[in-house]
Write a protein that binds this ligand. Structure first.
Ligand SMILES: NC(=O)c1ccc[n+]([C@@H]2O[C@H](COP(=O)([O-])OP(=O)(O)OC[C@H]3O[C@@H](n4cnc5c(N)ncnc54)[C@H](OP(=O)(O)O)[C@@H]3O)[C@@H](O)[C@H]2O)c1
Length: 265
């Protein structure tokens, strides 16, 4: 019953983890707003959600726009009078070495994965502060806990999310605004196909590691369990998430794994 009649705005709802979260929120009878760039895909997700809940709308939004999202917030509030949950799921990965990646690609990944989420949060915050309640869920990555070959800007953008949202969490305790950082390892979605290469084109391949990932549905279930428990952070995935602990307690082993990783060939 936790999400029944609660308004849930999901950014990055057209595919993968965001889509699975949308379906689970619909099963829980939430009032859903689906956002991302691809309105055709959003409409398909909306159709699925409306079989499960009475309220679901789609709102086109580009994280790379990085301007003022108050117009979009106004639109959400015109459908539902509150914003109870903001789920920041949208993101793009990377497959290129530092030496070959132009700064324009570094900046693009920062705009989408970091600044876009920061701008949306700043636009939503006055509403949550007025409500004196709200829950912001940020989908980071284990690449937000350590660096990895071919993921320099992606990893940097995810690390930046932790710094920003930990600060926000500390600031907003008195307003009852909760921040949950979801930190997935490998999830079987289109993330590797959509990852950017050095020239900005798409990688277009399902990487072997990705193929072994948990399902988006399982990832969504674990994120929802963490939201219900008001967890500050949750690691989600298979054996790869042990790398977070290896990096912390056996760093020499971590650096050896990272240098020899399959992606570093
Ligand atoms: N899959 C994994 O193994 C994994 C692991 C760790 C973390 N994550 C994180 O999980 C999140 C979801 O990724 P996924 O695995 O579900 O991959 P996905 O299937 O490729 O989904 C990515 C989502 O982000 C949206 N998006 C991308 N660029 C956007 C933009 N400029 N503006 C608005 N929305 C944008 C996409 O929608 P549109 O194309 O319609 O805009 C799509 O809904 C990402 O933040 C990713 O970094 C994934």
């Amino acid at each position: 019953m936790a999400f029944k009649d609660k308004s849930v705005w999901i950014i990055g709802a057209s595919s993968g983890i965001g889509k699975a979260l949308a379906i689970d929120m619909a099963k829980a009878k939430a009032k859903i707003i689906l956002s991302s760039r691809n309105i055709e895909e959003l409409k398909k997700v909306q159709e699925e959600c409306l079989k499960l809940t009475d309220y679901c709308v789609s709102l086109k939004l580009d994280l790379e726009f990085n301007g003022d999202y108050s117009k979009e917030v106004g639109e959400v509030l015109s459908h539902y009078s509150t914003i109870d949950y903001l789920l920041l799921v949208g993101g793009v990965s990377q497959r290129s070495y530092v030496f070959e990646t132009p700064e324009s690609i570094d900046r693009k990944l920062m705009e989408i994965n970091y600044f876009g989420n920061v701008s949306i949060t700043k636009a939503v915050l006055p509403t949550m502060i007025k409500q004196k309640s709200g829950h912001i869920v940020v989908v980071s990555s284990i690449a937000g806990k350590f660096g990895w070959p071919l993921r320099s800007a992606y990893s940097a953008s995810k690390h930046a999310l932790h710094g920003f949202f930990e600060s926000l969490r500390a600031e907003q305790v008195s307003n009852n605004i909760i921040v949950t950082m979801a930190v997935p390892g490998r999830v079987l979605t289109n993330i590797s196909q959509n990852a950017l290469l050095k020239d900005g084109s798409k990688h277009g391949k399902l990487d072997s590691g990705q193929e072994k990932g948990i399902s988006a549905e399982s990832c969504s279930m674990q994120i929802i369990a963490a939201i219900k428990k008001n967890k500050k952070e949750v690691l989600i995935g298979g054996k790869e998430i042990y790398m977070v602990w290896i990096r912390k307690f056996l760093p020499f082993l971590f650096y050896s794994f990272a240098a020899k990783s399959e992606s570093n060939k």
